[in-house]
Design a protein around this ligand. Structure first.
Ligand code: UDP
Ligand code: MG
Length: 137
């Protein structure tokens, strides 16, 4: 079993897509091990996306991620990291596969509805950013 951090980003929460996305989590065979609504400060969003701090989209991305409430999820499944990224689809919703979460709920390469960790090391770091071990089921 593997765990990944998923985020329902502020655009999808504001758009009323939390229920639909959680339905896809459950029907996709992921076990929920942690779930919380957070409102990130700008500094917390910058910390979470520190790996991207030199990218041209960093300022806009961290403003967006701190613009409203988001849902952070700890998801568990066999091959959870790869399978959650597949369910999300490509970063750019316009290029994401039909039926993927980003295609269905995203509106731009920035406002793309969901986040998923990209490797076991980043999953561990990102899960630790939002959840203490004792909180996880
Ligand atoms: N992003 C953006 N512009 C870009 C690329 C990415 O605004 O040109 C945003 C988008 O919200 C993306 C996040 O930055 O989800 C992190 O980028 P990454 O390349 O890690 O994509 P992901 O792993 O989320 O698919
Ligand atoms: Mg990434």
């Amino acid at each position: 079993m593997e765990r990944t951090l998923a985020i329902i980003k502020p655009d999808a929460v504001a758009g009323g897509h939390v229920g639909a996305i959680l339905q896809r989590v459950e029907s996709g065979g992921f076990a929920l091990r942690g779930m919380r609504l957070v409102r990130l400060t700008r500094a917390e969003a910058e910390g979470f996306y520190a790996v991207h701090r030199d990218r041209p989209f960093f300022d806009s991305l961290t403003a967006f991620m701190s613009s409203g409430p988001a849902i952070v999820l700890a998801l568990e499944a066999d091959d959870a990291i790869r399978r959650w990224r597949e369910l999300m689809g490509s970063t750019d919703p316009a290029k994401a596969a039909p039926g993927s979460l980003r295609r269905e709920f995203g509106s731009s390469i920035e406002r793309n509805a969901t986040h998923g960790s990209d490797a076991p090391e980043t999953a561990a770091t990102e899960l630790g950013y939002f959840f203490r071990g004792v909180e996880l089921g």
